[in-house]
Design a protein around this ligand. Sequence first.
Ligand code: ADP
Ligand code: ADP
Length: 235
Amino acid sequence: DPIIDIHSLSCTYRDRGTVLKDLDLSIREGEFVLLTGPSGAGKSTLLRCINGLFQHDGIQGTASGEVRICGMDPADTRVCDLARLVGTVFQDPDHQLFSSDVESEIAFGLEQLGVDPAKMRGRIEEAAGVVGIEHLIQREVNALSWGERQRVAIASVIAMHPKILLLDEPTSGIDQSGAGHLVSVLKRLNEEIGLTIVVAEHRYEHFSRVCSRLVSIQDGTVCYDGLPVRPDLQV
Ligand code: ADP
Ligand code: ADP
């Protein structure tokens, strides 16, 4: 069964009209999907329907259609149960960083999940290691660069061992080498742990070589779904 299964999803913001229109998308466990399309196409809205924010976060909008994440409807699933399944890295890391130092930031989500305190240290070190921030563990979050704060955000999310990782425009605040590092971290998580990854980006270049599938949306519907293609071959 698909890990993400979406049928005829339509989303409307109260003051905005229909943003997603009758959208179908099915993603299997272990896929690495690059979700692309111009700014305003509805990529973030789609991610919010997958992580349950659209259904739970008091967004002034309505959704119709069917969304199933690991067989569950996010609308009927408690936010803390969804967090075990779906981890989200937002475009601006500061929207998800709340602690003073890196270690407590990564620990925070684990505490919410009720992870055994004896296993805490190992989980923190593992997640920090994956994104290469072991040396920053004791540092103040506020004193880190954007790219470092983004890695802290990713570590905090993957420490929770979600089945699905969503990233919204993750390369927007980092330079070319930062983007290269991010791409290789995600590639490794996908290949070694089999983590299902969906990256929303309006550009192709960073992820087109590592993703297994390219989904393009335009005006709220899927206009391309298949193997990653070069931008100049893209219809
Ligand atoms: P993308 O991520 O592809 O840039 P979004 O999903 O962010 O697209 O936005 C799709 C459309 O929905 C845009 O026109 C945007 O202005 C609108 N939109 C997004 N979020 C909201 C919101 N919370 N309230 C009203 N309109 C929104
Ligand atoms: P468990 O429920 O025992 O943690 P998982 O299926 O979550 O089992 O993990 C299996 C193995 O993969 C473990 O060794 C775990 O440390 C590693 N692992 C799982 N998810 C992640 C992740 N997001 N980042 C790094 N390692 C992970």
